[in-house]
Design a protein around this ligand. Sequence first.
Ligand SMILES: [Zn+2]
Length: 495
Amino acid sequence: MIDLFKNAYPSAEIYQQSVIEKEGTLFFMIRNESETFLVIGSKENRSDYFSFRGKRVEVEGCFFLKCDLSAHNADCLRSLFSFTKPVPAGKRNSYGLGDRLGNAGAAHLKAIRETGFFPVLAQQSIRELERTGRTAEEVLDAASWAVYREGYKSGFGADGDHLKTTEDIDLMMNAGFTMFTIDPSEYVVNEAINMSHKELMHHFENLPWNLLHDQPEKFLERVGRVDVLLHDGFKLSPSLNEILTGMVKYGRVITHTKMLADYIKQKWPDYPAEMELSVDETDQPTTLTEHYLIASELAGLGVDLVSLAPRFCGDFEKGVDFRGDLDQFRHEYLQHLAIAGMFGGYKLSIHSGSDKFSVYEVIGSINAGAVHVKTAGTSYLEALRTVAEVNPELFLQILEFSKKRFDEDKKTYHISGRPENIPDLSSMNGDDLKNLLNQDDARQVLHVAYGSVLHGQGEISKKFKKEIMNTLELHQDLYESNLVKHFRRHLRPFG
Ligand SMILES: [Zn+2]
C-alpha cells in the first residue's frame, strides 16, 4: 500500500520505524518537500479516520488521508497509540532532553535508544515557554510526533520544569505533562547563613509549625540527636546551629512543597504524576544537613519525591563543562546519594546538565543510585552549529544579534562567558564557524540569547525563527546527526 502512495508522491521519504498496521489500516509518517506528515491508508473509502483530519488522496483503488502535524491530530495520535502519551519515569535513570525548537526529539530518541536511560522529551520550564513563545501543548505535541516517527515504544516522560505555583501546575497538567518539578526558590531564606544564633532562634520559632506537623522544642530534641552514617564511614551529626540554619533557610520550602504536593493529590487524584524538588538555583551549595532536613521532613509529611536537585559544589554554568573540584563533587555526590537512599531512593537531579562531561564521568564511575540529568540549551546550540555549517550568513547575523543582546539577556543566568573573548570572525570560513560552537564564550553568548533570537520583540526575531526552522528542515539529516553525535557524548560516560 505504501508503494501505491509513493506513486502519488514519488519524492516522499517514508520513516520506516513509523509504519504501523492497526485494524486493517496502515499508518506511517513521511517527509515530503521538507515537511512531515502522517499518512493513513485503507483499502476502503472510509468516512472517518479515527477523527484525524487531513487531505484525502485516492491512488489506484487505495484511499489515503494525508495529515499535517496539527494539535488536533496530535490528540488523535495519543488516543490511538498509547506509547505517544508521556508516563512517569519512576526512580530509574532518566535524561531530560529539552527541545526549545520542537524539532530535536527524534534525534534525541536515536541517541538515547539502548542506553538504559528513560527519555524525558518534553521538558520545558515556565521561563522557557515565555521566552520561546510556545505553549505547553505545543511542546508535548512535538514530543508525541517524535516518538511516533521513531517508533519508540519504551515510554517517555514530560517534565514541567521550575513550577512555582498551583497555576503553573494546572497549566502543565492540562497539557498532559507527567513530571512536575517544583521550584520553591522564592521561599528560600538565603540570609540564614549570616544570622546570629538569636536571630536564627527567632526565625526558627516562627516557622509555620502547624504545617510542619511539629513543635520547635520537639523538633530540636528529635533532630538534635541525629547521628547517621552516610557513605564510606562519613557521619552526619549536625550541630544545633546547622539545624537552625537549615530549617530557617528551608522551612518554608518544605511547607510550600507539601502544599503543592497536596494540591496535586486533591485536584488531580487519578493523574499519573511524579514530583521533583529543585533547590539548585540558590547562592550556596546545598549542605548535607540541609538535604537531610528537607528529605526527612518531606518524608515525614508524606511527600514522595521522584528526584531532588541539590545545588552542588562548583559551577554549573549553562552550555559549558563543570568548573570546580571534581574530587569534592564526587565526595558530596556520594553523601547526597546516601541521604536519598534513606528516604525512598529518589534520583539526584543534575540541573543545567548540558555539556557537564567531566561530571558525567564521575557519576558514571560511581555507578550507584539513580540520576536524572536535565539538558536543553545544548540542543539549541547544535541547531546553531548546523546553521553555521550550511547557512553561515544567517549564523553570523544571529551571533552579532546575540552579542548585542548579551548584557540584557545574561541577567537571569549564572555565566562567565564574555562576547569580547569570541575570536575575530572576519577571516572565518564555514568550518571555523561551526567550530566556534566549541568555544565557551561563543556558546554562552549564543545560549543566553535564545529567547531574544526566537521570540524577541520586532521583526528580526520572526525572521530568525523562520529562517532557522527552514534551514533545519532543509538540512534535517545533518541537524539530526549533529544532535545524535553530541548526545552520544553526553550519554557515553554513564556506560
Ligand atoms: Zn534548575
